[in-house]
Design a binder for this molecule. Structure first.
Ligand code: UGA
Ligand code: MN
Length: 241
């Protein structure tokens, strides 16, 4: 069973560092296809050259967010994920879909679990909200609820990194896309899959193990430009005498 990992990414100084870290986790996973989807009008050269020497089987796509969605209330990564989903619809017949943001931290062992997904699986995600974890609640092997710092009336109060979807099941449900609604992307997508909460497959030892973390990278100083646009000034050089 092949795992389609859909990773939204966008141009910023940290981008290649994030992709490097993630790719070196994915290198430990067999039977995986990495969809790197960039929110950009044209490809970032540095990303293409990174992928050139990346040993993880991959496809590069553009998934540009429309101008309408720029700014503070922009649902980040949705246009990218939807471009990835459209690719899956065209190119895949079976396998499992997983959304992996470029800045999160993944234990490679989560992928062995994800591979077993028959419809929709779920598992805990660490470092989400002040609670420190977002997780399905499991009793006698069945999902009975959710623990999350922001329930907000959602049927599925889960993080983007906390679930996986079987491709055949996804296609049978007419391949829905993710809605552009900040905070409700996961819930909207999972509702569109018409899965009942009690049908969810709990992974990670009945959701008792954290194998994924919603880490966030500190931004480099705002004044720091992208390396290729940064001017080299004399005061930054020290020549050996
Ligand atoms: C949280 C959720 O975990 C995301 O799944 C969700 O998309 C996001 O909030 C949101 O709805 O705002 P967070 O860590 O706050 O994630 O967001 P980022 O990591 O900044 O962005 C999520 C993904 O989208 C990343 O893979 C990032 O590379 C990508 N992104 C971000 C873009 O493609 N374009 C952007 O302008 C910003
Ligand atoms: Mn993030």
């Amino acid at each position: 069973t092949i795992i389609y990992v859909i990773t939204p990414t966008y141009r910023r100084p940290e981008q290649v560092a994030e992709l490097t870290r993630l790719s070196q986790t994915l290198m430990l996973v067999p039977d995986l296809h990495w969809l790197v989807v960039e929110d950009a009008v044209s490809p970032t050269r540095r990303v293409l050259s990174f992928l050139d020497s990346c040993s993880v089987p991959h496809t590069y796509l553009l998934g540009t967010a429309s101008r309408r969605y720029k700014g503070a209330n922009k649902p980040r990564g949705v246009s990218n994920r939807n471009a990835g989903l459209k690719w899956v619809k065209v190119h895949a017949k079976d396998g499992v879909i997983y959304f992996a943001d470029d800045d999160n931290t993944y234990d490679y062992r989560i992928f062995d679990e994800i591979r077993m997904t028959r419809q929709v699986s779920m598992f805990p995600v660490g470092l989400v909200t002040r609670l420190g974890v977002s997780t399905p609640i499991v009793s006698s092997g069945k999902l009975v609820g959710f623990y999350d710092g922001w329930i907000a009336g959602r049927r599925f109060p889960v993080d983007m990194a906390g679930f996986a979807v079987n491709v055949q099941f996804y296609l049978k449900r007419n391949a829905p896309l993710m809605p552009y609604s900040v905070g409700f992307e996961e819930d909207g997508f999972l509702k569109a899959l018409r899965i009942k909460p009690e049908e969810i497959e709990p992974l990670a030892e009945n959701c008792t193990k954290i194998l994924v973390w919603h880490t966030r990278t500190v931004k480099t100083q705002p004044a720091v430009k992208m390396p290729d646009t940064d001017k080299v000034t004399k005061t930054n050089l020290h020549h050996l005498k």
